[in-house]
Design a protein around this ligand. Structure first.
Ligand code: S3P
Length: 450
């Protein structure tokens, strides 16, 4: 369901072998950044393979509201005419970022050091998520934020007229926070430094360098120290967006648990800050191979081949891997339910502040479908039922969370009885072609009346 949509109940049932090629859409993180950095460059950026999910479309709309030209050229090709660093105009109306935490947090950062005000809102999920993690560091630049209790949206940011550069250690492992500070640092004089104790996805750093900013990352005892020199002229780019490993996760995991499956998922970015799920699945004994490994646009890329894997075993997922697979825990916990033994997922407190409380949503949904799960504040553990041994049969709530909806629909493909999801509408935020792509592989997923 979008902010104003009606729920779309969905159901998945035990399916025959999933076979074929799954061409998943462009990377969501890189798509947001392409539009935002394109809008902050001087001149015309061209983007190929943009994810045309609702989250990214909302960011495109926002960039228009700040004065950039954003044009859909068709077929995943987009053109952005940027206004330059510091060139944002004040939006005439409220900026609605829909369901997207990445969109709103990065845009807040991008406008916080320009002397304009903007008011942000979103859907019920986004309006319940914490924004202080971003507005606290933005205040150090001189920006002011006024929002609802608990630092929630709707919220107005008054950009700093005379921004100062900032040195900031991120208190939580979050690429969104890191990126908001770096984007704010673009229009501050001097050097802005962000220190992160654990590595999070580094697309902002890579792309800023690509757009011509002076940015370095040093690994020290303090952590990763990222230094950006402010007030560069960003040069427009031609960007080819790689395919999203977080979307690839769904057909890959579906193939691993569905008897007889053999699915190829081509051209997936395996940036080490994103590929933790695939390493974990291989550690569990999944028949998941990387074919045609190569480099594209400075990123490691491979075609993933996933085959039915009845011999997977539960493991303790290393806590230092959490940031590199933070969006993949929902679907990993579904795979864990079909493995033998216990899978412990610890150090994952951040899951509680995603599109919904993902620990709570997974624990409740798995238990309703006959899977034993234990839960603590920053961990949960799934007791594997063994291949084909998950009961299913229950309806779960997706809580406006695309990844919860997709994870449980994947579960239903191999469970003994169908699994229903109260609302599959949010899937359109990140994976608008999920239903036809899965159907093409042979998955039985349908829209259903509850
Ligand atoms: C993202 C960062 C992650 C991730 C989100 C996308 C990004 O959030 O969960 O889906 O593009 O920077 P956090 O940075 O809050 O962990």
């Amino acid at each position: 369901m979008s902010a104003h949509g009606t729920p779309i109940p969905m159901m998945s049932r035990k399916s025959g072998p999933l076979v074929g090629e799954a061409n998943v859409p462009g990377d969501k993180s890189i798509s947001h950044r392409s539009l935002i950095l394109g809008a902050m460059a001087v001149g015309e950026t061209r983007i190929t393979g943009l994810l045309e999910g609702q989250d990214v479309l909302d960011t495109g709309k926002a960039m228009r509201a700040f004065g950039a030209e954003v044009e859909d050229l068709g077929g995943g090709n987009w053109r952005v005419q940027g206004v330059g660093v510091g060139g944002f105009a004040e939006p005439e109306n409220v900026i609605d970022c829909g369901n997207s935490g990445t969109g709103v947090r990065l845009i807040m950062g991008a406008m916080a050091t320009t002397p304009i005000s903007a008011t942000f809102t979103g859907d019920a999920s986004l309006n319940s998520r914490p924004m202080a993690r971003v507005t606290d560091p933005l205040a150090l630049f001189g920006a002011q934020a006024v929002g609802r209790a608990g630092g929630r949206l709707p919220m107005t940011i008054v950009g700093a007229a005379d921004p100062v550069p900032v040195r900031y250690t991120t208190p939580v492992p979050s690429a969104q926070v890191k990126s908001a500070v770096l984007l704010a640092g673009l229009n501050a004089p001097g050097q802005t430094v962000v220190i992160e104790k654990e590595a999070t996805r580094d697309h902002t750093e890579r792309m800023l360098a690509g757009f011509g900013a002076e940015i370095t990352t040093e690994v020290t005892d303090e952590g990763r120290v990222i230094t950006l020199t402010g007030q560069p002229e960003l040069k427009p780019q031609d960007i080819i967006v790689p395919r999203d490993p977080s979307s690839a996760a769904f057909p890959v995991c579906a193939a691993l648990i569905t008897e007889g499956s053999d699915v190829l998922v081509p051209n997936i970015g395996l940036n080490p800050t994103r590929a933790g799920l695939f390493t974990t699945l291989r550690d569990m004994g999944a028949d998941l191979t990387y074919e045609n490994e190569r480099e594209e646009g400075g990123e490691p890329v491979a075609d993933l081949r996933a085959r039915y894997s009845p011999d997977m075993k539960g493991i303790d997922v290393p806590t230092d891997r959490a940031a590199s697979m933070i969006d993949e825990y929902p679907v990993l916990s579904v795979v864990a339910a079909f493995a033998r033994g216990r899978t412990l997922m610890a150090g994952v407190k951040e899951l509680r502040v995603k599109e919904c409380d993902r620990i709570d949503a997974m624990v409740t949904g798995l238990q309703a479908n006959g899977v034993q799960v234990e839960e603590g504040d920053d961990w949960y553990a799934v007791e594997g039922q063994g291949p084909g041994a998950v009961q299913g049969g229950a309806e779960v709530q997706s809580h406006l969370d695309h990844r919860i909806a997709m994870a449980f629909l994947v579960m239903g493909l191999a469970a003994q009885t169908p699994v229903r999801v109260d609302d599959g509408g949010p899937i359109a935020t990140s994976f608008p072609i999920f239903e036809p792509l899965m159907a093409e592989l042979g998955a039985q997923i349908e829209r259903s009346a509850t």
